[in-house]
Write a protein that binds this ligand. Structure first.
Ligand code: ZN
Length: 290
């Protein structure tokens, strides 16, 4: 499978792609550059919306618009105007920031933090309730909180702390939203990078962007077996999501974070947005219940 270049860009940390099946567009972010972007596949246009704060990730809302994890805040965002309304201030510390985030099947927003200065164990995965009743810590002591997905039957939650090179499975209770019974689902091989963002297909297989590993891999989380490997012309592959009319196109983001001048020169496409046509379909993203 060959990745097609869609938006040639020097994103510092291109991240958080989410496909909007209503608008048929892709939202994605560049975290340190404080950008939310909207890519239109039919025209090739990539709209850029500068924000006041770093945006770790965005998710779609049921009523339209976006919910975003911004530094230590969770906000409703109107992409058209850039207006942001804070729902919750979850962390108020200069040395942490929100990273990856997604909505769960119930419609709550799950967002994890990480150290901005490379400290281990300083991150937490939180759940912010869409009904306005607050937020709670789910998993403390995380290094770099990253990818999340729910199995097609909504009974299993997958999550990774990139620094462990492991993806964990938990039982997920669709009534309470609670998780339990952690076990290792996938262990990324040494030399193939760390698991960053990931998504799940209709067959329940995980598609994992591997930071530092030049690739996206498809794994069977029941066995840990690697099934497919897509190589990218960028070392830091950060996240992926299915999009397109049939949800059979994998959009892939990449980064240039902390690159040396030599790396920038050797990887002219790093930071760009890519796409690969797949033989399987993905699932639509869950929306925030607002
Ligand atoms: Zn990530």
């Amino acid at each position: 499978m060959q990745a097609e270049l869609l938006v040639k860009m020097r994103a510092v940390t291109g991240e958080g792609p989410v496909w909007d099946e209503r608008e048929q567009v892709l939202y994605w972010v560049d975290i340190p550059s404080k950008l939310i972007m909207r890519y239109h596949p039919h025209t090739g246009e990539n709209q850029v919306r500068p924000m006041d704060k770093m945006v770790g990730a965005v998710a779609l809302c049921r009523s339209g618009g976006l919910v975003a994890a911004m530094e230590g805040d969770i906000c409703r965002v109107d992409f058209e105007t850039g207006a942001a309304q804070t729902l919750y201030t979850v962390e108020d510390r200069a040395d942490n920031r929100f990273n990856d985030a997604k909505c769960d099947p119930r419609g709550d927003f799950w967002a994890g933090t990480m150290s901005r200065v490379g400290k281990r164990g300083q991150g937490t995965l939180y759940r912010a309730f869409a009904d306005g009743s607050g937020y709670e810590a789910i998993i403390p002591g995380v290094g770099v909180s990253n990818g999340m997905a729910w199995s097609p039957d909504e009974r299993t939650f997958y999550y990774t702390d990139t620094v462990t090179r492991e993806i964990w499975a938990y039982d997920y209770d669709g009534i309470t939203g609670k998780i339990d019974n952690r076990r290792v689902a996938v262990r990324v091989a040494a030399g193939e990078g760390g698991p960053d963002g990931f998504t799940i297909d209709a067959e329940g297989m995980l598609w994992v962007a591997q930071w530092g590993g030049w690739r996206v891999c498809r794994y069977n989380p029941a066995t840990g077996e690697k099934l497919v490997e897509i190589m990218l012309p960028a070392q830091c592959v950060s996240c992926c999501v299915f999009g397109g009319e049939n949800l059979d196109e994998l959009y892939i983001t990449t980064a240039t974070e902390n690159f040396t001048a030599e790396q920038l020169e050797q990887q002219p496409l790093a930071g760009s947005l890519f796409r690969v046509k797949t033989h399987v379909r993905g699932l639509p993203s869950y929306r925030f219940a607002q």
